[in-house]
Write a protein that binds this ligand. Sequence first.
Ligand code: NAI
Length: 475
Amino acid sequence: MKDRYLDFVNSPFGTSIARSLGLPRPEVLRRHRADRAEFGGMAAIGAGPSPALFDDLLAVLSAIGMTSIAHESASGWLPVAARHGAMSGRFEPRARDTSASDRVEALIFDATGIDESGQLHSLYAFFHDALRSLARNGRIVVIGRPPATRESVKAATAQHALEGMTRSLGKEARNGITSNLLRVADGADFESALRFFLSPRSAYVSGQVVTIDAPAAAPESWTKPLAGKRAIVTGAARGIGASIAAVLAEHGAIVTGIDIDAARDALDQTMLSIEDASPSGGAHTALVADIAAPEAPADIAAALAASGGIDIVVHNAGITRDKTIARMSPEMWDSVIDINLLAQERIDDALLAQNVLREQGRIVAVSSISGIAGNRGQTNYATSKAGVIGRVRAMAPSLRARGITINAVAPGFIETHMTARMPFGVREAGRRLNSMGQGGLPVDVAETVAWLASPGSAGITGNVVRVCGQSLIGA
Ligand code: NAI
């Protein structure tokens, strides 16, 4: 559904009306486009004492073609840059009226060495000086350590404090700027996460904390990281599922889209359009199945085993049957729990028991911020979506031995059939009450799924990443 307010206040006429009336003007988010460079411009670097990741950061920035300037808090950056043969300069704090051409595209802060809360002042110093220099649609990435891996209580406390800083920056920055915290354990590889959070692919992901706690091999190609991988996406006929299938295919995967018989035509259309956009020689396929049917797990496993197994499972299909609990029929409760939660369990059990999901596989389950915050009239839905989060967290440790990761994405307000059916007031509140001042698009969820599904994300498991523009709900 079109967001007419966003379009209006960003039109030439609407811009001046919005200015004169003092209306909020949400930014037109810069999303990935094949005809536009994914990265570029300059990153300003800040750091606390003893930053551990300068070498790794420089390697990634060089690989993606970003240059850097170092804030005085990151005095060790220039020698490291010189060692890498990378151009770098000093960051000069600017006055309020910094012109657009002087702005940097990213602020990156290495907080890995912070081990007591007095040292958090270095974050104040950097962001106090640098936030005004960040361009519209810019990116803030703070890199710390998982608090539980710190040896002292003081270090764990200070590392945990980074969360409040990063989230607040996301709320202050506005202008389409995102702010996220990566908790990188010693020896873990964060390139895949850094690329995602610096790129336009994460346009609607802000205020998130992602833990990365294992090494990962870089994919052969960062532009087609899923080349040679086979994926299934449930609920692929339309909405978020159709977009996930398309983005996985664009990243190189061969995709099987699954949906119910009633959506057969739409599913065929979706898979044909994906084939047109990302040709696979007919290998992208449609599979008609009701995921909640008793025979579905065995049927799906058999179909996938016949084609040699799969690497990526995306549990996207979901339904709502909203009513307050006193008015909810048992069928409404059961169907939502069955489709949104139990079907995922049964399908994964079948795929894992028969090794249809190969080693180094990826499971990504679509939850919802309703599963985090709860929602009036959605006891069934919120229960199912909270269950999805619980499943991801509980399964992650046991799947590690097979190199399989399992993560959840929790969308906020995404413009789809599901949200178009909401009453006007609820829809407008969902759209506006987030740091981006607008709803997300299915592609925002799809890009997040593709990132978690990539080989470079081997170190990310048991995480829940909200795709909600930093919604106030459940924050
Ligand atoms: P949608 O209603 O547009 O699409 C859902 C798809 O799943 C449909 O194609 C439908 O036919 C399919 N499906 C339903 N039951 C099925 C079954 N038993 N077997 C196979 N396929 C089945 O929904 P939308 O908005 O694209 O949502 C996708 C996922 O994202 C859902 O899990 C939803 O709960 C979740 N979500 C959506 C949000 C939004 O704002 N749209 C917010 C938070 C979560």
